[in-house]
Design a protein around this ligand. Sequence first.
Ligand SMILES: [Zn+2]
Length: 140
Amino acid sequence: MIKEIVTDLEALAKPAVPATAEDEQIGQDLLDTMASIEDGCVCLAANQIGSDKAIIAYEDEDEQRHVMFNPRIKQATQPFKATENCLSISKESTVTRFNVIKVSFEELEDGKLVRKEKRFTEWVAECIQHAIDHTKGRLV
Ligand SMILES: [Zn+2]
């Protein structure tokens, strides 16, 4: 279901709570909402669509969209300064990001959450870092 993007900074500043296998619909809502936004919406966190669960969605190099449950960054190298926009905030800001990251996350398989690890680079890595920040209530 397509949701409205949350812009209330107080709501966005709350850290997310762990997601469970019952939160499948929130993952789907993230994908639906992303698909409805034109113009470079490459990542979205659940609190941006009004859920307090630690779930994010991102778009990869091949424009395929994926959902991650309870993501955390395990390794990060090659820091750089990035200027980012956020769908929820109107102004740009500059943050330190890492060009290469390893992320531990969960994915739904047959109704169960299975933990996985994946390495990301460049802008996909940057987007995922931005979305994981959202799950911590941190805004760029
Ligand atoms: Zn954002």
